[in-house]
Design a protein around this ligand. Structure first.
Ligand SMILES: *Cc1c(COP(=O)(O)O)cnc(C)c1O
Length: 447
């Protein structure tokens, strides 16, 4: 067979040499996911395709849940829908025992459709319409109030409803992490949260059920959670003193880091990410040492998202082409871009070949298929010399990509679930032109 011509350039070959980062990093091929050959998956469902491992989701959930439940007697997880709201994925979490944590009316409806009981839905977020709130109030869902306007909105609604709103407030606070996330909820440190609590307690038509703080995302140390949990517990006891009212739960939100590597990080995420045990230790230490009545300890709620699902997601794709940039650098064009891999804006995603490739690698830039300058999957990666048509696997893509993906320039691909028996199921179909036929309307004069 005639070989494909490539213009020659002189580049340094990285053949097994140690660098300042240590020994040669061979990219081991990923040939199988949960026992299934990746080529079989691509042949059957096309390229690119997202793959979700049910086994990994269940294992991660059990790890995280046991880290908390062994340290504290009353623990409840709520699955953060926006992290991955594919129904099959949500239902796996619900089967494991997770409630639902939603941040919009749309997500709320999804949780209801997934048969989550109304009182097992936590409704967060800064945007809740009257309609959303009425539904949540009547279902006795836990409404986490974000700002005073929402509090007044709920107070207005209580005038016409018989059901008592079950509410908590979201708080933001100084936990030693900067910049501070102060755009959501009421500020703790300047007394705003305390004002909101008093305003709620004075109202005779709603129940203050809990206190909530989601202090940030991809938190790289457990200490800020200790500070947050302690501050929340302190406030809960202040409520007890002034109002003789015990809140029933403390919700410390999500934000645990996954093992992905952030852009610009010196060490890989696999080396730096705290374990569930470390996060759990920090949080439960703070709550156990607070002044709660041992007979009446509050529930600990967790809304962890990315740390539970990132590892379960894979993105399989194919090389479209190779080229040389003007400066001689190797560029490889993939059929996967920022449109479906949104997290490549934040992470140095790990990209693996699907068969053994030998030792030769070259500093390569990985582009996506879009006709857009920003469509870069990796700015610089020591990568084997894959050819047009070769496949690759991108690891740890389960969080936020299947919700933040865009229908931009191309259509979105299928999502395939591998169940715990090694059976494959399409859990979301690829988009087709019908998306446009169904939603675009051509005015009469343009027909
Ligand atoms: C997004 C979000 C979460 C989940 O965050 P992760 O960083 O994915 O763990 C939890 N709670 C709230 C309120 C959120 O907005």
């Amino acid at each position: 067979m005639k070989k494909i011509y490539q213009r020659p350039t002189i580049t340094k070959i990285n053949e097994g040499m140690p660098s300042k980062f240590g020994n040669r990093a061979t990219l081991k091929a990923i040939t199988k996911i949960d026992g299934i050959d990746v080529h079989e998956i691509i042949n059957k469902y096309g390229s690119p395709v997202f793959v979700v491992s049910e086994k990994t989701i269940r294992e991660k959930y059990k790890q995280a849940y046991s880290a908390f439940s062994t340290r504290y007697p009353k623990v409840q997880f709520a699955w953060s829908y926006k992290t991955n709201y594919n129904d099959a994925v949500c239902r796996i979490f619900h089967q494991q025992g997770s409630w639902a944590e939603v941040v919009s009316g749309f997500e709320y409806q999804k949780a209801i459709n997934n048969s989550v009981a109304g009182n097992n839905i936590i409704f967060n977020g800064p945007s809740k319409s009257d309609e959303d709130l009425v539904l949540a109030i009547n279902n006795r869902s836990l409404i986490h109030i974000d700002h005073f306007d929402e509090l007044y909105q709920i107070i207005e609604l209580t005038k016409t409803l018989s059901e008592r709103p079950q509410v908590a407030i979201r708080m933001n606070m100084d936990t030693g992490v900067y910049p501070q996330w102060d755009r959501f909820g009421f500020n703790y440190d300047n007394g705003e949260a305390w004002t909101a609590i008093n305003r709620i307690m004075m109202n005779e038509k709603m129940d203050l059920r809990g206190l909530h703080a989601h202090i940030g995302t991809y938190m790289m140390t457990p200490e800020p959670y200790k500070v947050a949990a302690f501050k929340i517990a302190t406030l809960a006891n202040k409520i007890k003193q002034k109002w003789q009212h015990s809140i029933s739960y403390i919700d410390v939100g999500g934000g645990f880091a996954s093992q992905n590597t952030l852009k610009g990080a010196y060490l890989p995420g696999t080396d730096t990410t705290p374990s569930f045990d470390q996060y759990a230790q920090a949080i439960t230490d703070a709550i156990l040492s607070a002044d709660f009545d041992p007979q009446n300890m509050p529930f600990l709620f967790l809304e962890t998202g990315r740390a539970l699902i990132d590892d379960a997601g894979y993105l399989l794709g194919s090389v479209l082409a190779n080229k040389r940039l003007a400066d001689g650098r190797r560029a490889t064009i993939l059929d996967v871009g920022v449109n479906i891999l949104f997290t490549s804006f934040w992470y140095e995603h790990e990209v693996y070949p699907t068969k053994e490739t030998g030792f030769q690698t070259e500093d390569t830039i990985l582009y996506g298929p879009l006709c857009m300058n920003i469509d870069v999957v990796r700015q610089s990666i020591k990568f084997p010399l894959l050819k047009k048509g070769d496949n690759f696997v991108i690891k740890r893509v389960g969080a936020y990509n299947m919700t933040q993906w865009m229908q931009f320039i191309t259509l979105r691909p299928k999502i395939v679930l591998i169940d715990t028996n090694g059976e494959m199921h399409v859990i979301r179909n690829n988009e087709t032109l019908d998306v446009f036929k169904d939603s675009e309307i051509i005015p009469e004069h343009l027909r």
